[in-house]
Design a protein around this ligand. Structure first.
Ligand code: ASP
Length: 440
């Protein structure tokens, strides 16, 4: 029988009633055998995620502020006891909560504290589904450098083979030091991907509160179209530019095993969602553009020097300056006598920009060097671009008709994306203009 792994995010675990509807979703298909859960997230806009409260508890202990710990943990206790009441089962959470509070008080640390949101949520889900609980420390391991140990795939596969069905907490595992360790925020997506890989799932369902990816951010474009299918590569491009539905690192465990991911909406389970697949299907390539995303606050350093192309080592010297100042660059479009370095503003704070400019001048003596600060990068992404002549002509015509000044252009050699640099203030207008050109 095909196996589906389902991961439910924080909004899907936010209260007892949603948890009961999650149980209905899981029970609706017998292939849904392994369930990975996040900690309860926000129930409404001003609500606080359980994980945030847990981090605060650890901070309070660190600061020796036991009053703050009690206040914070009190909120967590109330939240879980309310959930226990809503699901209509006494599963002994009160005792578990007291033990956890004690450990946090004794200095168990931030990772342990943060992991308890997922731990308790999985306890609840296991009781509701009447399916065994398998702790994440038994199946997910981290290496000494803090990254996921790939040995987890085999380990999880072996442990889970003993269970027909299981509920597993997301977000954490066991560190090389034998202590609980977490992924970065939003990391339950990675846990779900590890489990999917381990049990050789046919599908990794990632249940959240949106019906998949949209062609662009609905806060920028009014009612954008949803994307029925996205390749891993397109997803990587769009996520990097800020389309945050899935943790970027969650792709790797399933991608190499060819397991597709489906983004589903717990609150609208009937919606089709978005399938993330290895290779684009023919129909998905009919429109040259799959999605558009933008990211603000970059600086471009423009360099000009005649005969740059013939100067051996020019680029190396420039990049050396960046390395020495621990500055990472995002893009490097270049011409025969020009080179542009696109850098996230974060790296250039506190005088670093000035130092970098001085050192580049000394290193390569350019004819001209100037900067454009506050640039937004807008990426237009789609496998269909490779087969559709005139995509860039349409894109730039749309931008010129919208009166948008394009400061920089970078087209990846894979013909998967076209990136334009525009002034921060033009970012949203740029996304709108491109969207309406290709989707209306
Ligand atoms: N609960 C964790 C967070 O808020 C992990 C997750 O939800 O994936 O980041």
């Amino acid at each position: 029988m095909a196996i589906k792994v389902c991961k439910f995010g924080g909004t899907s675990m936010a209260d007892g009633n949603v948890i009961l509807s999650v149980a209905k979703i899981v029970k609706a298909e017998k292939e849904r055998r392994y369930v990975v859960v996040s900690a309860p997230g926000k129930r409404y806009g001003a609500d606080v995620k359980v994980t945030d409260l847990l981090y605060k508890c650890a901070e309070a202990v660190e600061a020796g502020n036991m009053q703050e710990l009690e206040a914070c943990f009190g909120k967590i206790r109330a939240r879980f006891l309310h959930i226990e009441k809503e699901i209509g089962k006494d599963i002994g959470l009160d005792v578990e909560l007291s033990e956890i509070e004690e450990k946090i008080k004794d200095g168990a640390g931030a990772a342990y504290a943060a992991s308890r949101g997922e731990y308790l949520a999985a306890r609840v889900m296991s009781a509701v589904l009447e399916v065994p609980f398998v702790d994440a420390t038994e199946i997910i391991r981290f290496k000494e450098d803090g990254t996921l140990d790939e040995a987890s795939f085999a380990l999880a596969g072996k442990v889970l083979a003993a269970y027909e069905k299981a509920v597993i907490p997301g977000f954490y595992g066991l560190g090389a030091d034998g202590k609980v360790k977490t992924f970065s925020r939003g990391g339950s997506d990675i846990s779900g991907a590890v489990v999917a890989r381990a049990v050789k799932a046919s599908l990794y369902e990632n249940w959240t509160d949106v019906s998949g990816f949209y062609a662009c951010d609905p806060r920028i474009v009014n009612s954008p179209r949803s994307i029925p299918e996205l390749t891993y590569q397109e997803l990587r491009e769009l996520s990097y530019m800020g389309a945050n539905v899935l943790h970027a690192e969650s792709i790797f465990p399933v991608r190499s095993a060819g397991i597709p991911i489906r983004i589903c909406n717990t609150f609208r389970p009937e919606d089709k969602g978005t399938d993330i697949v290895q290779y684009a299907t023919q129909s998905a390539c009919e429109n040259p553009v799959t999605g558009i995303a933008g990211k603000k606050d970059f600086t471009v350093i423009f360099l000009e020097k005649s005969m740059m192309n013939a100067e051996v080592g020019f680029a190396g010297k420039v990049l050396n300056v960046l390395t020495e100042n621990r500055v990472s660059f995002e893009h490097l479009p270049s011409g025969i006598d020009t080179m542009s370095l696109v850098i996230d503003n974060e790296y250039l704070k506190n005088g670093v920009l000035e130092t970098v400019l001085t050192q580049i001048k000394e290193a390569v003596r350019p004819d001209k060097i100037y900067t454009h600060e506050n640039i937004a990068l807008v990426a237009t992404v789609g496998h269909g671009m490779a087969n559709n002549i005139g995509t860039s002509a349409r894109l730039f015509k749309a931008l010129s008709e919208a009166g948008i000044n394009v400061i920089m252009i970078d087209q990846g050699s894979s013909e998967l994306n076209i990136i334009v640099g525009v002034d921060n203030k033009d970012c949203n207008a740029c996304i709108n203009a491109i969207y309406h050109e290709f989707f209306n």
